[in-house]
Structure formats: C-alpha cells, structure tokens
Design a protein around this ligand. Sequence first.
Ligand code: ARG
Length: 474
Amino acid sequence: MTDQPLWHGRFESAPADSLMAFTESLSFDKKLWRDDITASIAHVKGLAHSQIINETESAAIISALETVASEFASNKFEFVPTDEDIHTAIERRVTQIAGDVGAKLHTGRSRNDQVATAMRLWCKRELANIAKLTLDLCDVFTQRAAQAGWGSDGIYLPGYTHMQRAQPVLLAHHLAAHAWAMLRDVDRLTQTIERLDVSPLGAGALAGSSLPLDPDFVAKELGFAARFNNSLDAVSDRDFVAEALFDLALIGIHMSRVGEEWVLWTTQEFGFAVLDDAYSTGSSMLPQKKNADIAELARGKSGRLIGNLTGLLATLKGLPLSYNRDLQEDKEPLFDSVTQVARGLQALSGMISTAKFNTDAMKLAADSELLGATDLAEWLVTRGMPFREAHAHVGALVSRSIRENVSLTQLVVADPALGPDSASLLKPGVGVSRRITKGGSGPVPGAVQARELSAALTVMRTRVAALIIFPPTP
Ligand code: ARG
C-alpha cells in the first residue's frame, strides 16, 4: 500500500512524476498534521458512536493516530513518495501501524470534508494567536502613550495632514491612534473566528453519506459551535480563508502605515525617534548607517499580504460547486500571511517598546508659531467674527509673516482684531492644551481617552483569552 496512491483501485498505471510534482500539497500542508489527526480521532469516535465500527476497532485506530501524532511531535514521522498530501500520509501510516483495521479510518469521509475541517481547526487556533499578538502591539502603543503622558505636561509633536505640519498633538494621542486601529483588527479576527466555527465533517465528498454518520456528534467532539447545513457548501466554502486573509492584509496595512511613520521619524531630517540597536540594522558599506529595517519590511510585506488575499479571491472566482482541486491553493497564502503577520507584529512590538523618543525634536517642530494659526482663527470666532472671515484674516497674516520674514507673533500683537491677548496662543505648548473636545488631542479629553482605551483593551483581552487554543503550531 505504501507504493500506491490511496485511489489506486481504479487506475492501471502509477501516477507520473510530473503529476505528483505539480499536484502534491504535502510540502506545505504538513503544517496541518495536528488538526488532521484531531479531526480523524473525532471521526473515528463518530464511527463508533454510530456503530459503524466497534469499540475495539475504534480504540486500535485512535491508538495508531496517537502514535502518529507523537511521531510528528518528535520529528520522527517519515514520508514516502506516494504521500500526496498530509491526509494521505497520515492514513497510510495509521494503516501501517494498526494493520487491516486502519483501512476503516476513511469510512464515510472524503479528503474534501477532511481538509475543510483541518483548515478550520488550524484557523481557529492560529487566528486567535494572531489576535493575541495584535493585542500585544496595542499594549505597547498604550504603554508608550502612558509614558509620553496624557496630561498638560505630556510630550507633544506636530500632528500632520497631507504630511504638512498641522496642529500640535500629544504624542500619547498619536500613539493611541494606532492602538485603536489595531483593536478593530482584533475585533475583526474574533468575528472571523466566530463565523468559521462550523464543522464540515460528515459532508463527505460532496453529498453526505449513506452510512448513519452523526455530523452533530463530531462537531461537538471537535469543539465547533455548529455543524454544516449544506454538504456542497461545506466542502466548497473557503470564505473563511478569504476573510482571514483580508483581516491579515489589513493588519499588514496598519503595520505598514506605522512602519512608514517610523522610517520618517528615525531619519536625521525628522529625528523624532532613535531605535534600539537590537531592533535596527547597519549597512554593509556605509559605517555610519543605522537603518529601520523592521519598519521598512512592515511597510514592504504588506504588498504580499494583499497579494495573498487577491490571489485567493481570483482562485475562488468562477469555481463551480463543490470541491475542486483549485481549493488546494488556499493554503500557501494563508500560511504565509499568518507567519509574516505574526513575525511582523512581534518585531514591531519590540522595536516600538525599546525605541527612544527625541522629545526636544518633536517639541521644536511642534512649537513653530504657524501651528497656532487655527487657534487664532478660533479666538476671533469667540469674539464674534464668522469663521470664514477669521480664517482669511489669519491666513493673510501668515502669508505676510512668510513673505516679509517677520514673526507671526509680532504681526498678531500689532493687529487690531487680534492684539497682544491672542498672541499668547502662539506660545510653545499652548495649542496642545486647547483641544478640549471629546476624542480630541488635548489633556482634558486625553484623560478620558486613556480610560476608554484601557477599558477597550481589557474587554478585548478577555474575548481573545477565551479563543486561545494551545498548543500553537510548531
Ligand atoms: N490536498 C487537497 C487540498 O488541499 C486535499 C483534498 C483533495 N481532495 C481530492 N479529492 N483530491 O485541497
């Protein structure tokens, strides 16, 4: 049996080498060994539960499956050339160990429901782990925000729009913005996990079975929240992989945006942050260089994460019901995205938690008096001037200040509508405290936001903790 494929019965010649080379999935789906064995054990229990096999047979097959699991865990499992994928490899080995009774393992089951089951089990575990790692990065942002300070003495920097200095904002507020985005990523992952928590086992190749299988029983055994409703859908559905790839791509995009900022922040031109040596790299030729490679790759790898998503969507498009071998193409992008996002999240967490902020450089950039222009316009509004008029009035002073190279403060002091009282708005640090509205960047809403963020993190931690399954894939 080891030199023949599982489907040898109907065939007269052995599979061609080029066929095996092109269609095999073992080289990448061996990652699923644990989940395939878990699902197989549940399936065997199901067969016994439905009295399709007896308890002795069930015990013998389960014991062989457990032996196979320990072989994988200790790296002792040996593949043979006819092992087309992880499912055939495991079944082949079970039969070797258990003898004839092993041939009963695949009763009422197809690789179509088998692979869908293993993939869902794998996703439940791995996506929960990604959610945890994302939450860890949220924590890093939150802790660094707390260190930077939410109060009126907190560190501040210019906030930008269009990459132009706009208004001073608390560094805490800036860092927390990324935490909020990533909290949505975690929320999205938990929802994806909830939606994919459906067992396809028992769908068979496409139509169910003539044997008295009990899909509810195996779904429960496997800890799934529900069983499939439609066997054709069960074996053809890869929505959960597409959703997972979207969630991962969006995390990648968020990491990329963080990465871009840190590339800028660590330039000599910005000089807002200095990376720890352990989280930066040097140049092979230029001795003075210290590069933000983690930040750059956080940016760069988002390209392939988007590619993994669009690649799978293109594969799924136009596939007729039900299972088609095309679906095997779901694995490499998924495994790759999970690996890359997990590594990226950990590297970014390390980079950001160990970096030093150059608060003087941030302050210097944010103390530019032009960043108080909006405050001047709003001051005029409180004195009764319509905003559009106030905007034009201050705009003209800014323009004159730049043209004539005079300080804006000087012009404001001499201006009849503004005058010396309003000029104090341009003093260093004043603008930051003036953002008083809910969710705004000043210390007053900042105190509220710090509490809201910490509460949101606690809620999400609890949700993710409930989803964590051990052990993670080796
Ligand atoms: N390796 C296949 C996959 O990943 C397993 C299912 C193959 N099923 C089949 N009938 N050829 O999709």
